[in-house]
Design a protein around this ligand. Structure first.
Ligand code: SF4
Length: 186
């Protein structure tokens, strides 16, 4: 029987991520990503890559955002459109359980889109020009215990298709490495 896992796009392709000026900030996440990938390959788990909702809307030169900025009907609609074929694939694998075992879905905590248990939040909007207290605005960004918008939509679609109880959704998060590593042992 083939084991299958669905993952956020940048777990396979980090080129889709917001360009960083200080890569060392992400070392812990990158180390965990590599550990997860090595383990999945060693255990012969097949990996299905979800689309990146941000790259497919804003491309590689986008700013870093917070989830509040994506919490609108247009972004949610984009997520729904690009997730539709993934839900179809998921249903088809689940419908053939003699051949396939779907281990679950792994997002990326902290992301405004793909966070599952944590997402970044702040009251960000508007032009930077002539704006005072910009550092304070940036520093007010916090990690909150809720899902990013893409994962919220994904969970809604799982529920609509009666799959919520059948598919575990967890995340890659450096402070809690067991979440993404243990799902591979299912
Ligand atoms: S939106 Fe999701 S897939 Fe795209 S870079 Fe961010 S965490 Fe990765």
């Amino acid at each position: 029987m083939k084991k299958i896992i669905f993952v956020s796009h940048c777990i396979l392709n980090t080129a889709s991520k917001v360009v960083l000026y200080n890569q060392t900030d992400m070392d812990a996440e990158e180390n965990l990503r590599k550990k997860f990938m090595h383990k999945a390959i060693d255990q012969e788990v097949q990996i299905i890559q979800l689309p990146c909702p941000e790259f497919t809307l804003y491309g590689p030169k986008r700013w870093g955002h917070v989830s509040n900025q994506f919490d609108n009907t247009f972004f949610r609609d984009h997520c729904r459109k690009i997730l539709a074929p993934c839900i179809q694939q998921l249903k088809e694998y689940l419908a053939n359980e003699d051949w396939f075992e779907v281990l679950g879905i792994v997002g990326v905590d902290g992301s405004p889109s793909c966070g599952v248990d944590y997402t970044c939040c702040a009251d960000w909007y508007g032009s930077f020009e002539c704006r005072e207290g910009l550092d304070k605005t940036f520093n007010e960004c916090t990690l909150e215990k809720k899902s990013g918008i893409f994962m919220q939509v994904l969970k809604e679609m799982l529920k609509e298709n009666g799959l919520s109880d059948k598919v575990k959704v967890t995340s890659l998060f450096a402070p809690e490495p067991e979440k993404c590593l243990e799902i591979l042992d299912k």
